[in-house]
Design a binder for this molecule. Structure first.
Ligand code: BJW
Ligand code: ZN
Length: 252
């Protein structure tokens, strides 16, 4: 039996499946990953810009970076992995997608199917939040980061807006991480796709499934801290392996 056949058998026999995705699932859509090559922007590391301290120190610089990323991501479309996952979630009640990604590509692939809508742990590039009153809004417009005065401002209170994204050291939305923990704790399978599995609490979700006797299946081009405890590791690009793993049991 090949590893792919073993993984397909585990998924076929599962009642509840939770999928945890990271930047690697969007790599073949052209979205840069965080770590590894391409993780730098104008000499800055993502880890130094994605913090509340960086935003207080220099909101213009942080917005310039996010403006660039929004432009890059808005040119990208879901790849075959996003499509296969959304198709599976559309036809199965107990197949839920939890993502660390802020690119919104799982939502695009889900189209208007609430069942296939992902749980976005770290927020969304195309949603803003007021730093003064907390009001949120969706926005896909161009960010003008030429000066502090041109940065996005709240229509209700004129406060400075920020990306509605969970930065390092910030707590995830309690309802969102709570739902993810409940899903992982009840899952027979946690399918982990394209994450380096180093950022917590997301990286701990697969362990919740494993500890209840469920299986972890990992899809990644390289080893991660989860590889050793996974029941099956599938090595290769997500856009190839995920559709192979899920069809024909979850037809598109
Ligand atoms: C492919 C592929 C292909 C490539 N096919 N695969 C416990 C232990 C240690 C530390 C902590 C801990 N608990 C909390 C912490 C601190 C911190 C943390 O985890 N730090 C670690 C780095 C050490 N966590 C936090 O700060 C979190 N907050 C928190 O815990 O708050 C507690 C609190 C409670 C109460 C009050 C206050 C606080 C928040 C974490 C938020 C993370 N946000 C980011 C930045 C968002 C900014 C933005 O996007 O603009 O989210 S970090 C960044 O990493 C981003 C990602 O979602 C996240 C995960 O990255 P991901 O997706 O894994 O990407 P990569 O690039 O790392 O990996 C890509 C993978 O794909 C690789 O494996 C490739 O091989 C693979 N790949 N091509 C398949 N084609
Ligand atoms: Zn406001």
């Amino acid at each position: 039996m090949t590893v792919m056949e073993r993984a397909r058998g585990i998924i076929r026999d599962a009642g509840h499946v939770v999928v945890l995705t990271g930047a690697g699932v969007s790599a073949e859509s052209g979205v840069p990953t965080f770590r590894g090559t391409g993780g730098l922007w104008k000499e800055h590391r993502a880890e130094d810009l994605a913090t509340p301290e960086a935003f207080v120190r220099d909101p213009r610089l942080v917005w310039e970076w996010y403006g660039w990323r929004r432009r890059v991501v808005s040119q990208c479309v879901p790849n075959a992995a996003h499509v296969a996952l959304a198709s599976a979630a559309r036809v199965h009640d107990d197949f839920r997608i939890v993502t660390q990604n802020v690119d919104g590509l799982h939502s695009v692939a889900a189209a208007d199917s609430p069942r296939a809508a992902p749980l976005e742990l770290h927020g969304c590039l195309f949603r803003l939040r007021c730093t003064r009153c907390g009001k949120r809004r969706d926005d896909r417009g161009v960010i003008d980061a030429t000066s502090r005065a041109t940065l996005p401002a709240c229509a209700a209170c004129e406060g400075l807006e920020r990306p509605d994204i969970v930065w390092f050291g910030e707590a995830l939305e309690p309802a969102v991480i709570g739902e993810a923990v409940a899903l992982a704790s009840a899952a027979d399978v946690c399918l982990v796709v394209g994450t380096s599995a180093v950022v917590h609490p997301a990286a701990g979700l697969a362990d919740l499934t494993r500890r209840r006797g469920g299986h972890v299946i990992e899809v990644n081009i390289t080893d991660t801290p989860l590889s050793g405890t996974a029941a099956v590791t599938l090595r290769g690009p997500a856009a190839v392996l995920v559709p192979e793993l899920l069809s024909p049991d979850f037809p598109e």
